[in-house]
Design a protein around this ligand. Structure first.
Ligand SMILES: *[C@@H]1O[C@H](CO)[C@@H](O)[C@H](O)[C@H]1NC(C)=O
Ligand SMILES: *[C@@H]1O[C@H](CO)[C@@H](O)[C@H](O)[C@H]1NC(C)=O
Ligand SMILES: *[C@@H]1O[C@H](CO)[C@@H](O)[C@H](O)[C@H]1NC(C)=O
Ligand SMILES: *[C@@H]1O[C@H](CO)[C@@H](O)[C@H](O)[C@H]1NC(C)=O
Ligand SMILES: *[C@@H]1O[C@H](CO)[C@@H](O)[C@H](O)[C@H]1NC(C)=O
Ligand SMILES: *[C@@H]1O[C@H](CO)[C@@H](O)[C@H](O)[C@H]1NC(C)=O
Ligand SMILES: *[C@@H]1O[C@H](CO)[C@@H](O)[C@H](O)[C@H]1NC(C)=O
Ligand SMILES: *[C@@H]1O[C@H](CO)[C@@H](O)[C@H](O)[C@H]1NC(C)=O
Ligand SMILES: *[C@@H]1O[C@H](CO)[C@@H](O)[C@H](O)[C@H]1NC(C)=O
Ligand SMILES: *[C@@H]1O[C@H](CO)[C@@H](O)[C@H](O)[C@H]1NC(C)=O
Length: 437
């Protein structure tokens, strides 16, 4: 009896010391360094690795964006390039207690414990049990299983693949299961820098991929036929094998790389682009302008004033400033709004001629109504302003107008980089910067 207890203690000691040692995976015969057994905890300075070392689970602190609360997320990173592949959708507000966060496998439940607040329960089994195991699979799926005493799986209690964020990994599902009520969809961030849920969602229904913006359908892939989607380039689809489940209970979609690579990742950006492994995007809902149906774009209602000569309006990104703003500008200070919301709001107001984000972290909206007040100027410290102009008219163009996407993307990279640099200081263990987009 006492020997038993002693062995158990030794085992736990061995187990917990090997668990956090990243070199342990290279030592033959060292087992279970990739799992949390009952009573084990993962703290904010340790990580859990998949057996093949390809994925890593850890707490990650996002620095407060401009003076607001710092948030921590339980995250999964791909180790080869430190790209983020999964995160809890809800952030945990942190003041100065980052060190005291733990993930625990305890009495049949998997929970995140904070210093004094109530724990956040990710999963709990119906009855208390000591036969549970949490581990990170080679696919990047973090699972919490009930196991038999011989170690084999009795049932899956919880898995991270059921809670996708903005990344789709090989084997991760999109779709619905009517029987369990499970619903898998991607939700893009409000801005590319901060994990706040944004305006765009990607779902699979009616045998096709659908991108919505605040519920309005912007883009459809067309029905999947013989591993091809009508509105996705065959060059892109030829890289993948699509797996569809379609029965009374479940309608779902997932992909695998034809060459067997597990390094693939589909990324859904804050502007509604779906990026895969090819430089050519899978979908570009940001290009959908309500007029054309090219590439799967959908048409939707718009005010009469925007139907100019049947060709409509376009948006150009310019650098510059407005003079005498007071009587010709207005704003919406709602920090849940992103730039796509500003565009839609400006579009819907026939007096609106230009818009941009209100706050430095790219939330909120600012609008202008008198374009004569705009002074284009290429000084880089000036704001970028989105200007609505008629498609066929050249009179409304400014000499500095640039390709919207090029300018926007390079600017986003700069901003992201600045945030990444800040993050390095909050994660002293990092030797490489973590990529958040
Ligand atoms: C985190 O866990 C590791 C391994 O169990 C331990 O060595 C370390 O002291 C813990 N850190 C904190 C802040 O509790
Ligand atoms: C963005 O900035 C505004 C104003 O400073 C702030 O209220 C808001 O919480 C910030 N949003 C995020 C996600 O940090
Ligand atoms: C957020 O985290 C940073 C870096 O750890 C820290 O300097 C700052 O005080 C924190 N801010 C808040 C509001 O807790
Ligand atoms: C789980 O293990 C702990 C410590 O060994 C024990 O006190 C507890 O009763 C066990 N719970 C169950 C449900 O078996
Ligand atoms: C483990 O135990 C369960 C239940 O007793 C049994 O169904 C299963 O076949 C066993 N698995 C192995 C690998 O022995
Ligand atoms: C799936 O969940 C999202 C978010 O909770 C919801 O908006 C959507 O309507 C759901 N879709 C289905 C088909 O249940
Ligand atoms: C396999 O395909 C993926 C994308 O589908 C690509 O990123 C990767 O480079 C390919 N690997 C090899 C060895 O061809
Ligand atoms: C937004 O508009 C209101 C009302 O005009 C004004 O008081 C406020 O200062 C503006 N906010 C910003 C951040 O410019
Ligand atoms: C727009 O601004 C110009 C230049 O400041 C001014 O002359 C004109 O009256 C303004 N138009 C309106 C409708 O306010
Ligand atoms: C991004 O940063 C580079 C190097 O600092 C700079 O040359 C470039 O102009 C910046 N781009 C934007 C859009 O600010």
């Amino acid at each position: 009896m006492s020997t038993n207890v002693h062995l158990k203690f030794l085992f736990l000691l061995f187990f917990s010391s090997s668990l956090w040692d990243s070199h342990a995976q290279h030592v033959p015969g060292v087992a279970a360094h990739n799992s949390l057994k009952p009573g084990d905890t993962l703290n904010s300075s340790s990580s859990l690795n998949s057996p093949n070392g390809r994925f890593m689970l850890r707490f990650y602190l996002w620095p407060a964006a401009f003076g607001t609360t710092n948030y921590t997320y339980l995250t999964i990173f791909r180790t080869s390039d430190l790209h983020l592949v999964w995160y809890t959708r809800q952030g945990i507000p942190i003041t100065n207690e980052f060190d005291l966060l733990t993930l625990e496998n305890n009495a049949g439940s998997l929970k995140i414990r904070r210093h004094c607040d109530n724990p956040i329960e990710l999963s709990s089994s119906p009855q208390p049990t000591n036969n549970t195991l949490a581990f990170l699979l080679d696919s990047g799926n973090f699972v919490f299983n009930e196991v038999y005493s011989n170690g084999s799986t009795k049932r899956v209690l919880w898995k991270s693949f059921d809670y996708p964020g903005k990344v789709l990994l090989p084997g991760m599902k999109l779709g619905v299961n009517q029987k369990t009520g499970q619903n898998w969809s991607l939700i893009a961030w409000l801005t590319d820098d901060y994990p706040v849920p944004g305006a765009f969602t990607l779902e699979y229904s009616g045998h096709q991929l659908i991108i919505r913006r605040r519920g309005v359908v912007y883009w459809k892939s067309g029905v999947l036929r013989g591993n091809e989607f009508e509105n996705i380039s065959p060059k892109v689809t030829s890289m993948y094998h699509f797996n569809v489940v379609s029965n009374g209970n479940e309608e779902s979609f997932s992909f695998m790389c034809k060459n067997g690579s597990q390094e693939s990742r589909w990324l859904f950006t804050s502007t509604g682009k779906l990026l895969g492994d090819d430089p050519q995007p899978i979908a570009q809902a940001d290009k959908c302008d309500r007029y054309s149906i090219d590439g799967g774009c959908q048409r939707w209602n718009q005010p009469q004033c925007r139907h100019h000569h049947q060709h409509g309006y376009t948006v150009e990104l310019n650098r510059g400033y407005f003079v005498s703003e007071d009587d010709s500008s207005y704003n919406i200070s709602d920090t849940n709004l992103g730039i796509s919301d500003c565009k839609v709001s400006c579009w819907g107001n026939c007096n609106c001629v230009a818009y941009t984000s209100l706050f430095a972290n790219r939330s909120g909206c600012k609008f202008w109504t008198n374009i004569s007040n705009f002074v284009p100027d290429d000084l880089t410290y000036l704001d970028l302003v989105y200007i609505l102009s008629r498609k066929l008219s050249h009179s409304g163009k400014f000499p500095l107008s640039v390709s919207m996407n090029n300018r926007q993307d390079s600017n986003l990279n700069n901003i992201s980089w600045a945030l990444v640099m800040r993050s390095i200081f909050t994660c002293t263990e990092q030797t490489q910067s973590l990529k958040m987009i």
